[in-house]
Design a protein around this ligand. Structure first.
Ligand SMILES: Nc1ncnc2c1ncn2[C@@H]1O[C@H](COP(=O)(O)OP(=O)(O)OP(=O)(O)O)[C@@H](O)[C@H]1O
Ligand SMILES: [Mg+2]
Length: 370
């Protein structure tokens, strides 16, 4: 029997056939195999380039690489990952107040108090922990809660020589909130033009630097802030947060309708406060029901991004300025939030893969199979 060809070319050919779990396209078509490097003593190192450092598919890809190379009997296979985040296709079309930001991700809901700010802070931190360059903008100018949740309450950003505001940094995330500029005990009354002006400043007059993702925590509802953002920023899409009971779900459906009207794609839905496991007796109680958001997401044909149970540590993390993904990474709630962050990044990459940013070629053409 002839010996198997184990040259770098043969390895590359074999690996090119593997399907990317996210897009189902081949690694060859996606140009994801960057290098095949020989290692001492008949080993090999495979370098794969991912569309985001936060990819949820690293393990699956590594397993596929190992399975594919198994018949070649290498003494050792190493898989090394790097990542290149593509900018949103919407970039460069019309208004863009944040040109150095590759992807703006909105976090919204129809209803108040469902956990938008909690999800925004935790996914921003999770993305940063996974190696992405991340900013967090608190666009809830009526009730900014990001300063408190990120442990930055009372912070005052400085400006640089170009009169741009330098964001504060917490947990590796660049943070800006209207809460840094107004008296926290003062009720803010925003008239239309003022509100518009404040939001524009928070976006345009901040030295964001190069960011892969800017997470934007929206106020509840479907009002002026959402409209201004839709008109002024090229967004990659919106994450809708909801709790599982019917009243919250009907508001989540309204949020989806609003995003549709302003042509902002919905990246998916998150079910928050989904079930409570008693820390003493371990029995789960479905305080706000469970599973409703997934059903609603299926009905609306939007991806379901994951569920986060109710846990005291999540609330305490918010109040203490130590979000749970940073303070208690071992908890299932924290791990659920990390997975949601990965799923969000994956949905953004997928959308950017099939889209055509201005002046660039699409990486993959729709309808053309490898
Ligand atoms: N999974 C959870 N478990 C326990 N507490 C949670 C959870 N998610 C959010 N909370 C708590 O619920 C409260 C409301 O959450 P949050 O402020 O994130 O909601 P919101 O949708 O941003 O509210 P608003 O509409 O007022 O902006 C906070 O005290 C937060 O700590
Ligand atoms: Mg909020």
């Amino acid at each position: 029997m002839a010996a198997l060809d184990t040259s770098a070319d043969a390895v590359l050919r074999a690996l090119s056939e593997i399907r990317d779990p996210s897009s189902t396209r081949s690694l060859g078509e996606l140009k994801m195999v960057q290098a095949v490097e020989p290692l001492e003593g008949n080993g090999v190192r495979i370098r794969l380039v991912l569309p985001t450092p936060a990819s949820p598919h690293k393990r699956a890809l590594e397993d596929s690489v190992r399975a594919k190379l198994d018949p070649m009997s290498f003494s050792r296979v190493e898989v090394a990952f790097s990542a290149e985040v593509r900018p949103s296709a919407a970039k460069g079309a019309g208004n863009d107040l944040v040109p150095t930001v590759k992807n703006v991700i909105l976090v919204g809901s129809g209803k108040g108090g469902v956990g938008k700010s909690t999800v925004s802070c935790n996914i921003a931190i999770a993305l940063a922990q996974l190696g992405c360059k991340v900013g967090l903008l608190d666009a809830d100018i009526y009730g900014p809660s990001v300063p408190l949740m990120m442990g930055l309450f009372g912070g005052r950003p400085q400006s640089n020589g170009d009169k741009k505001v330098l964001p504060l940094v917490a947990y590796g995330v660049k943070v800006i909130s209207i809460g840094f500029f107004v008296d926290p005990d003062q009720a803010m009354i925003w008239r239309g033009p003022m509100l518009h002006g404040a939001l524009v400043q928070l976006l345009r007059d901040v030295e964001w630097g190069d960011l892969d993702y800017l997470v934007l925590d929206l106020p509840p509802g479907t009002g002026d802030v959402q409209l201004t953002i839709a008109q002024q920023v090229s967004t990659s899409g919106a994450v809708i947060v909801t709790t599982p009971q019917d009243v919250a779900l009907s508001d989540a459906i309204k949020a989806k309708t609003m995003f549709d009207k302003v042509s902002i794609p919905v990246l998916g839905m998150v079910e928050n406060m989904s079930g409570f496991v008693c820390p003493h007796c371990k029995v789960e109680t479905e305080i706000f029901a469970k599973g409703g958001a997934e059903l609603a997401a299926n009905k609306m044909a939007v991806p379901f991004l994951g569920r986060v149970p109710i846990n005291l540590a999540v609330r305490e993390g918010g109040d203490d300025g130590k979000p749970v993904v940073a303070s208690h990474p071992e908890l299932p709630e924290a791990q659920a939030l990390v997975r949601i962050a990965q799923n969000v990044a994956d949905r953004v990459s997928l959308a950017n893969l099939f889209a055509v940013p201005r002046g660039q070629k699409p990486l993959v053409q729709l309808g053309k199979k490898a």
